[in-house]
Design a protein. Structure first.
Length: 286
């Protein structure tokens, strides 16, 4: 059964709220960069993920696109071309996809699928457009780097964003959805209310969604530290773009994110996270 559609006026307000809240959230961490000095730490992705679940693909996609443009432009003091070229299309496609996946019949497994797929696709688009379309073609930088180095750099940005965003989306967003479903049940679609208020979160599924990428990050860190990959990066493309400090930060990113994801996955499996809050009887959905 399809969802009951929200009125256009509510969707318009939701889009504006998503854009405004996302812009503020992005700007709050705008000066925490990736190991390469560009590409920010952005836990604010919980905002468009939440709006995608409650209001669908259009408010989330448009709100994320406008919010990231506002935050990036405020940070740089004027309309930022890098955001227009890379962040706007990546955020729109990613969170439109998120809303499209969960809109048919919401389940927590669909939410986990949407989280992983959205963050992978959106960050891949943003990273590769930012490096190849903005940095190389528009800004005429990185021209001395071989294509292989640009691909590694883009892949590194994709991984950085993915592993720093995933824990927030999987841990914080479900709590926001449950809180809003309990406080404002008339705004939340019925299928979301059924699963957010009437059912426990699937601990094993959430645990694996955190543990698997965590283990991959730990293996990647070991590969950079102990295999020829690290030497290849530092010797072939360094020291200008991969000096020792960058290599240290890359390894810290892999090990740190891997440990955090694995710990969160274990806590989810043991039931220390995703507790089921007490919901007033009148807010529950049969």
């Amino acid at each position: 059964m399809s969802r009951k559609q929200h009125p256009v006026s509510l969707l318009t307000v939701a889009t504006a709220l998503c854009a405004g809240l996302y812009a503020v959230g992005c700007y709050m961490t705008a000066y925490i960069p990736s190991p390469w000095g560009f590409g920010q730490f952005r836990p604010a992705v919980i905002i468009p993920a939440f709006f995608a679940t409650i209001f669908g693909p259009i408010p989330a996609g448009l709100g994320a696109a406008m919010g990231t443009l506002i935050a990036d432009s405020v940070k740089h003091g004027s309309l930022y071309p890098g955001s227009l070229i890379a962040a706007v299309p990546g955020n729109f496609i990613g969170f439109f996809l998120f809303g499209y996946i969960v809109r048919g019949k919401f389940t927590w497994r669909r939410f986990i699928t949407a989280s992983n797929l959205t963050l992978a696709v959106a960050n891949f688009i943003v990273a590769f457009l930012y490096v190849f379309a903005y940095k190389v073609l528009y800004a005429q930088t990185f021209l001395d780097l071989p294509v292989e180095a640009l691909i590694v750099l883009s892949t590194g940005l994709t991984i950085f964003w993915f592993v720093t965003m995933l824990p927030f989306v999987l841990v914080v967003t479900p709590l926001l959805i449950r809180a809003v479903a309990a406080a404002f049940p008339s705004v939340v679609p019925k299928d979301v209310k059924v699963h957010s208020l009437g059912q426990d979160l699937p601990k094993t599924t959430f645990s694996l969604a955190l543990l698997v990428p965590g283990l991959i990050m730990l293996l990647a860190g070991l590969a950079v530290t102990f295999s020829a990959l690290g030497n290849y990066m530092s010797l072939y493309w360094g020291p200008k773009y991969f000096p020792p400090i960058i290599m240290d930060l890359i390894q810290l990113m892999f090990y740190g994110s891997g440990v955090v994801l694995c710990v969160l996955g274990i806590l989810a499996f043991t039931g220390k996270m995703f507790f089921r809050p007490k919901v007033p009887a009148e807010a529950k959905v049969a």
